[in-house]
Design a protein around this ligand. Structure first.
Ligand SMILES: Cc1cc2nc3c(=O)[nH]c(=O)nc-3n(C[C@H](O)[C@H](O)[C@H](O)COP(=O)(O)OP(=O)(O)OC[C@H]3O[C@@H](n4cnc5c(N)ncnc54)[C@H](O)[C@@H]3O)c2cc1C
Length: 344
């Protein structure tokens, strides 16, 4: 019997697993992929992310960040008005960043099982039974399950049958030139280029062009319209397109509805719908992963009834949720496309 099983070795999962192990828990972290694994992401670590990482995982190894630093974001709204926000950040490849996080968690005593998928779980009176798959299926037990398995969380789907609201992203990594400052992340909100936002940034030697859509069939049309716009407005010249990648984000535009879990199961990171409106989610993944683990630990230490678990977590994440709501309201002031409706 584990104290805690954590599903998913992204930032939320490695943080949750490490925090629980540091507090003396017996922790299993399962990751469906072999690490290092690709994760579609711009890989920008804002100051909030850097602070969380350095506090819990130590100094980020000097060879981990890309050559390109991030100096902030420039948002162009649907009326072609530009807003520039300066803030120093880092840029990482998620494959090596996430592998480093999980290796530090492992050094702290977490048992890490790669190539192992969590399929479903069943809650019993005193524990949860998690069905795992790796060359066949088997079961493990824990007092608490923390689902950090991202936007497509299988654990969440096994609890909430109707969650399908997602944004599909497509970004291409190209060689070429453009008359934009590669140290900024550019977001374009004109609905001609995306059904959410379109973006440009530089990562090592690549120009990265991305779009987010609700309708998968339209993704390449939006992407090529965006490239044509950048060619005419910013002199983008693409010599070669090296690769393209698809990603998924939770779609939380109309209101900000987090889902923290139920019973012995907590959701953290994107599985809980924590995401900044411009698609920045690593900082919240780290913070909510830590808070999910702290909630489980305080439940054990204070010998509390399991019915308190979600409330303990809800209280801990209240500030983070407020922060996200402020971010959404702020974006509404910049663009009428992002209408903030209500919060749960
Ligand atoms: C195109 C794009 C660009 C982005 N750019 C940025 C950015 O620049 N900065 C930023 O802060 N955020 C960015 N984000 C958002 C960021 O990637 C996420 O918010 C963040 O990764 C969420 O972390 P997480 O730990 O919750 O989930 P994830 O990072 O998605 O990790 C989930 C992990 O769970 C594993 N997993 C999934 N299912 C199972 C299962 N059944 N069993 C076991 N393991 C499982 C996955 O393999 C994965 O390793 C971007 C997202 C996209 C799509």
């Amino acid at each position: 019997m584990y104290d805690v099983i954590v599903v998913g070795a992204g930032p939320a999962g490695s943080m949750a697993a490490k925090k629980a192990a540091d507090a003396g828990c017996k922790v299993l972290l399962v990751e469906k992929m072999q690490l290092p694994r690709e994760k579609s992401c711009s890989g920008i670590l804002i100051k909030k992310s850097i602070n969380s990482v350095q506090k819990e995982f130590g100094k980020i190894p000097h060879n981990l960040p890309c050559k390109t630093k991030n100096k902030g974001i420039i948002i162009t709204n649907e009326k072609n008005k530009q807003f520039k926000f300066e803030s120093e950040g880092l840029n990482v490849w998620r494959s090596s960043f996430d592998q480093w996080l999980s290796s530090v968690a492992e050094e702290s005593g977490v048992e890490v099982r790669q190539s192992t998928s969590a399929i479903s779980y069943e809650e019993k009176e005193n524990h949860v039974v998690v069905k795992l798959q790796c060359n066949g299926t088997y079961y493990e037990k824990a007092k608490v399950l923390i689902a950090c398995d991202g936007a497509t969380s299988k654990i969440k789907r096994s609890l909430r049958k109707d969650q399908t609201n997602q944004i599909l992203t497509y970004q291409t990594f190209c060689r070429g030139t453009i008359d934009l400052d590669g140290s900024f992340f550019y977001a374009f909100l004109d609905p001609k280029f995306s059904q959410y936002d379109a973006w440009f940034n530089v990562k090592d030697d690549f120009l990265v062009f991305g779009v987010g859509v609700k309708e998968a069939a339209l993704i390449k049309d939006y992407h090529s319209r965006f490239l044509s716009f950048l060619a005419s407005e910013f002199n983008a010249k693409i010599q070669s397109s090296v690769r393209g990648e698809i990603g998924i984000l939770p779609y939380i535009m109309n209101g900000y509805n987090t889902d923290l879990g139920e019973g012995r199961v907590l959701f953290a990171g994107e599985a809980a719908n924590f995401l900044n409106p411009m698609g920045e989610g690593i900082s919240s993944a780290l913070i909510t992963g830590a808070m999910a683990a702290e909630s489980a630990v305080s439940l054990f230490e204070d010998n509390l009834n399991i019915h308190n678990l979600v409330d303990l977590y809800k209280n801990r994440v209240a500030d983070e949720k407020e922060y996200m709501i402020r971010q959404w309201k702020f974006l509404t002031n910049l663009s009428s496309r992002f209408s903030y409706l209500n919060s749960d």
